[in-house]
Design a protein around this ligand. Sequence first.
Ligand code: FAD
Ligand code: PYC
Length: 416
Amino acid sequence: MRRYNFVQLLRNAIGFGEGWQEAWRSPEPKPSYDVVIVGGGGHGLATAYYLAKLHGIRNVAVLEKGWLGGGNTGRNTTVVRSNYLWDESAAIYEHSLKLWEGLSQELNYNVMFSQRNLVMLAHTEHEQNEASRRVHANRLNGIDAEIWSREQTLAFIPILNPSMDIRYPVMGASAQPRAGIARHDAVAWGFARGADALGVDIIQNCEVIGVRREGSRIVGLDTTRGKIDAKKVAFVAAGHSSVLAELAGFRLPIESHPLQAMVSEPIKPVLDTVVMSGTVHAYVSQSDKGELVMGAGIDAFNSYAQRGSLPILEEIASAMIELFPIVSRLKILRSWGGIVDICPDASPIIGKTPVDELFINCGWGTGGFKATPGSGWVLADTIANDRPHKLAEPFSMERFASGRLIDEHGAAAVAH
Ligand code: FAD
Ligand code: PYC
């Protein structure tokens, strides 16, 4: 990789970037590939990276209808944790968290993963019981999880409302010390640069508009940049997965909803952890720029437009003021929405589809950013070996026929 010294950096700065190398190429699509990944978000790019890096499959294209990370990857609030209830979920999210811990070194790209603890508040006796159930389940799975008293919680988060005279006083919390946040677009860019260096073609502004099949098998795709043949295809398109499945001739048990978030004006550091409240219903962390990054639940309606409605933003703001009275005079700088793909059990779908040689990774809903490296890792293995990876097996589409659902609505922490 090219290195710059200080003088070169200065010359590039005043020369408007003259001499900067592109982080990845922008090739014309080839007529055919061994594997085509549809969707240039974090999951699609991670899948391509691990296919090339770990399985030696390098004749790969990632097709993205817009720009890299322009979907949920670039719109999410970057909470990374692994404190899910069931063994199957704990295994895949913890695998992902372990990959996060070495990701900047792996990609030689700073994804700014900051392990700063994640505190899930309990406001009722029922919530405290639920929290201790999950903490015990997490510990049995080797996940760092703690139960905190009211005093510990208030001492750790000094800006929390300590009053017992409010609708939902803080009664305690569960915490995961290794959880944290990361820099969302850096994750997409880091995987893109790594995949490109291994020979993967990353093709932006290329929308898949048709699926070509021969009998039960997929053989290629129609795109806005022409026809592309493929031996294997993977749909990794989050909120638009059902649209692609329809093109391929099958249906998914997924609903697409807007999920919004917003940031305040930047302020001095007041919060050095991530806080979530399922009952008052808001979550927050403070970015390196000083903005408070906030969100809550989904908009109840279905949509493919990447925007939501005003009432949700009002609810986030009122919940924030209830939890942290010092934010009441803060200005909101901006808000945005993404389209999340929600399964009935709030768990993802990873694996094969009813169409031969067509794989899918979707249904991560409101919580897939944390899974980016882990999901790419298991999907790459699944595609390379033509069978579900052990960690992916429980998340097949068949569970909706067999009834072996993995209900993670509680751990999702964002109401659907
Ligand atoms: P995306 O990043 O959405 O990538 C899919 C890509 O497919 C898109 O770029 C899209 O343009 C492309 N595409 C779609 N159709 C086509 C087509 N026909 N042809 C070509 N390309 C196509 N998760 C967490 O773990 N923690 C959080 O704190 C968190 N907060 C969130 C907050 C918000 C506001 C939102 C919206 C989501 C949040 N999530 C969070 C969820 C998380 O963002 C997603 O689960 C995750 O980013 C999904 O990644 P992806 O790569 O699968 O999808
Ligand atoms: O999955 O942890 C999560 C999350 C936080 C905010 C949105 N999703």
